[in-house]
Unconditional design. Structure first.
Lengths: 325, 325, 325, 325, 325
């Protein structure tokens, strides 16, 4: 673990925020807990209990030109390692190829998360191919592994069974499991993919299946499932922080780290607004990909600095197992 | 095994009711028999030969809000562990995520049953993904594993072959196998899913495939299969206790523990009526999920206390291998 | 092996009928041959070279009520063990659940055959789920394993490949393989399932795939396959014994044991007529399930006694490798 | 190896024809080469570099009556072993059941080839079930294993991947691999299955996938593939020996043994004409099944004697790597 | 490694071009790096950082006659080994059968690459059967393994998961992985298969999935994906060298070797023009198959000599990680 930038010096007692989070991960091995600490200690949010993660799988998902032509330096995997280090991210998440391409140069400088499955936009099917394994993550000295689930899709049963094997291997290797839980397909409308009920359900499924950290999209006010309409009726869901809090509740009432993303490229003010809602709703942080590397490096560093300041502000008022006492 | 609440002190001879049940489980290992004893000894029905089990897989099956919004404390997995302990349940059954979230805090306080497969209501397909394994159950110190079968569905052949592997692993680990046998799909009408002939058939399939304990829904008077109509003609099936007895007969004439549930939320009097019918028909007990945690904790404890009193009443008049002598 | 009822005392030379059969099983291990001897030595036909087998898989195939309601004592697995012992059957064949339920009580009293796959009538598909393994048969001290094939069905290729694995495991464990070869599906008409050409073909496929014993239905005079019509033209197939002899020829000219059944419940005279035809045609014996346990125990014992007398009568005139010298 | 009938006495140097063939099998283990020698040394063509093989899988492929009723002695597997020995065949190829039925009686008297997969004419699908493994071939002391491919069919990709595993096991066991390469299905017309371009392609695919010996049908003059028409235009393909030579070229220019068959029953003069064309075209020999055992034994021995005389005549004028110097 | 023809004598320091390339392959084992050096050191381009590879899988892909009838000597696998040696290729890539057929004769004379999967034009499906494994490559002393991907096809998910296993085995064996990335099927038009955006995407997918070397077709100016049109708008893509450079960028900005081919038979001037564009665009070399062996040997040697001279000319002006300093 590179603790050079961590908020607390090596050997010091764990910050209270990290200790409270660790206490929620019952039954985990020392190695899995150490890797959770590694993620929670690194970068400018180190020690705060929040995470800020740089994901770079857009090349696979949307193709290289659509991802990097706007900022051609980003064709080089080294660009992203350096950006993650310089902006003070907690970790850098990417597929096998990108992480391999910098594993010697950046060894020990930034925790990495290996994304094990991947979709691409040349394909028709709503599925993700499993293209790397936990053994690769161990070889590349990653701090966690990532896996994408599509709740609602026809591929879900197969994905769930793949995830079980991944979770088993990850447990044996002491690597936490970060699940991207993205509802789609089946009976879901396009709008339904970010509906409040559906996003909360997706977060719940991920933690039931053993995810240590779950990543979802910020939910809208829309309620998709007919059967769930009564349950949400009467609530006031217009405040995004309230919606964040609902999703965090759905993830074992705050016993699991929940990260949010805003999706496609957006203006800086929207991004900062998102971060405030996540912080206020008790979310555990942000995943910021395209909004980081699809703008000039200086702009990105400035924007990310503001996000860090938002999360580093006085603690939110949330009260979950991980924030009590 | 936590025997603190068991009816008989440690070291005492097994109560006769447990001894008679154990004698029906021929060819089982000492470890499997010990875990059956563990389930039959715990809680307020400990030693009576009856079981009362709290299942919490509704978050996965129906989504978190539909399951827990009515009683928000129930979003927290710890709520259910504590409810199971305080109400004197025999055991607590749940998926991987929930059991993991309390494995340290509640170690040794309540026998747990890990549900290995799970369906969800975002999906279209009538199938259950296998999302945990017997190795997880061993790691979490469970007393049994649970598996859901859908007799009649297109997924049945695959499920049956998955079950075979689960049964093999469970046998090696000394863990009894509890099968939720829920007919659906294929040629079955919606009404047919709880038809008397179909429920009896479902119970029989489960025990033929190696289930130590089978859980079915309380059957209606309806007969679904054309080919079975003659066999049931002339019988008087209006008494639910008679229907329970028929299902128990179908499960090797009482040589296997058979549990019943009533399904969706219902009023307390119906629940108590169900329990009386199960007791009189020679059923082995109840599984009470939503009716336990979708009401205020005090109400739930009161209602569960009444169910316990019903089962603890004078033994039924049933005469099966497990109740003779 | 329980040789208490065998025709020859322990230590005596093998009866000639058994010796001639064993000589046909070339290349088999000592353990497989010993288990063939175990089957051929037990019960009232012990030592005669004939087999009489009690199969009880109707609960799985047709449901418990359709199978046992007519004789409710038969809901209890122990009933069938005792019937097989008392009627002098050669062996008792059943699925995992039933055999498990009596494995302690009846240890060493009757050779058992574990049926590894099973279909059920709730399902739509023409397939059999593999629900037990050779390891289960070893654990339950069975004398053989049973497997059902559906030649002609879409599931055949998968079943054949499953059978290969079963045969490999059975060989390693020294357990003979008894194949129920039941044509159905595909291009076959319902009548064609028992057509003479089809039944002979089904028996041939089973022995080509490694079956030590094959079980088919008694064939009718009907010829199903257009391409086979010329070959059968001109023959006189009206005598059921002639049809039996043809099927025995198709099973390597008598080098493999071939058992026959008559199917659904029938009157006693028809059953005895079947047995005479099987004996005269050189068949190796009968499998009698529903006709045994769907009548009162006393009636069943009387009827089975008559079948035994038929088989024990002077040897037939057949001349196959197993009956020569 | 039974060398009693081999052209060269044990201990003598290998005949030049065998030596030249062995030199083409680069990188093969000593055991695989020894088994090739075993096949090339046995029977009346032993030492000539030619092979004459008796295949008996018609019982599986077409049913027992269509295969054997015309010559009922052939229902008995021993008939075929003895015919292969007495007629001086190089080897006897059959499925698991037949080879098992004579493995003790005929041990060491004739090299055997185990056919690992098989189709049957009750089934609708164009597929072959893998019903035996290389471990069976080792147990039965076979000299080679056989596998059928259907180039062009939907099952080809699966078959090719099964073949890979078979080839791996066979290599480890030192057993040569004989591939029956029979195009069918997909875009192919019935006539196209024996078209010159298609048969040459089928032979090429087999050797590219690791076959040591390939067996195809004698090709017709028809050209099936539109894209191949130009390549064949202008050639004179009316002489069957020229077509044989083309197929041999397609199998690595004579570096692999290529066997031919004529298909269904035919008159003796046609069969002898085929053998002459195979010899003149540089083919490695014939596979003669139905034409051997679907006629009286004396007739078959006479006809096979003539085929042997044709192959034993002065060497053809072919010039391939295996026939040069 | 045969270094007889390498640009640098054994024991000498690595040429700078090779050293710079090796530095891009972070985290690879010593064995994998040695095999990369083996490829980069052999033949007339040895030491230059460029590769010229002879692939011979057309017999499988298009059939033997369409591939070799125009130059019949090419039916013999030895022809291609000798051509690769004499023309100074870097390596010879072929399926299992061809490489096996020369493994003794040409041992140590030319690095070989085993193609593990293969399609054929008899089949309808857009899929490749995996017909060889990394174990075969080790046995044949190959310097690398090759695998074909079809991005966009329905088979892609399965291929990607097969590739993962191949990559794992190759890594363990120290063999670099060369991926042929050929988009087809799904939403792609025929023209789209060589569209600039699609080829760049295909190259990117291959390197993300762990390819050490990627082989694509020279892209056209066409843009296929609607979603990518804006990104390419305004660029001038008429120069093929500019298109090559774009694809090289997409493969981690030059950190991975990218090879190009021109497809079907073409005239010599076009081939040389392609080579110039590849060199100027920073591509790593050419794969030249049909254009090598579908012309007389003397013509082929002359043409290949000119390609070598083009690559050996003064270094291009490209500036990628592998060419800097």
């Amino acid at each position: 673990m590179n603790v050079a930038r961590a908020a607390s010096p090596p050997g010091a007692a764990l910050p209270g925020a990290i200790r409270r989070i660790l206490d929620c991960y019952e039954g985990e091995s020392a190695a899995t807990r150490r890797n959770l600490v590694r993620l929670l200690s690194h970068g400018r949010l180190g020690g705060s209990g929040r995470l800020l993660i740089l994901p770079v799988d857009q090349g696979v998902e949307h193709g290289p030109a659509r991802s990097f032509a706007i900022n051609p330096a980003a064709y080089d995997p080294h660009y992203h390692f350096q950006l993650a280090i310089d902006a003070g991210f907690s970790a850098f998440a990417a597929p096998l190829g990108i992480l391999s391409a910098g594993t010697d140069t950046f060894a020990g400088q930034i925790p990495t998360i290996l994304k094990l499955n991947a979709a691409n936009s040349l394909a028709v099917a709503h599925d993700q191919a499993v293209v790397a394994g936990v053994d690769d993550a161990v070889r590349l000295d990653c701090a966690a592994v990532g896996f994408t689930l599509y709740p609602g899709s026809d591929a879900f049963v197969d994905q769930a069974e793949e995830l079980r094997l991944v979770a088993r291997d990850a447990r044996a290797a002491g690597l936490p499991l970060l699940v991207w839980s993205y509802p789609r397909g089946g009976m879901l409308s396009k709008t339904g993919e970010t509906a409040l009920d559906v996003v909360a359900y997706a977060a719940h499924l991920a933690v039931e299946m053993g995810a240590h950290i779950v990543k979802v999209k910020l939910p809208s006010e829309h309620i998709e499932q007919e059967a769930a309409r009564d349950v949400y009726a009467g609530g006031n869901w217009s405040d995004p922080a309230v919606r964040v809090r609902h999703v965090v509740e759905a993830a074992f009432a705050g016993r699991r780290l929940v990260l949010f993303s805003g999706g496609a490229s957006r203006d800086t003010q929207s991004l900062l607004g998102d971060a405030r809602a996540i912080r206020e709703g008790g979310g555990s942080g942000s995943i910021v990909g395209r909004n980081s590397f699809q703008r000039p490096r200086a702009d990105a560093l400035a924007m990310l600095g503001e996000i860090v300041r938002i999360y580093a502000a006085a603690n939110s008022t949330r009260s979950t197992p991980a924030t009590r006492n």
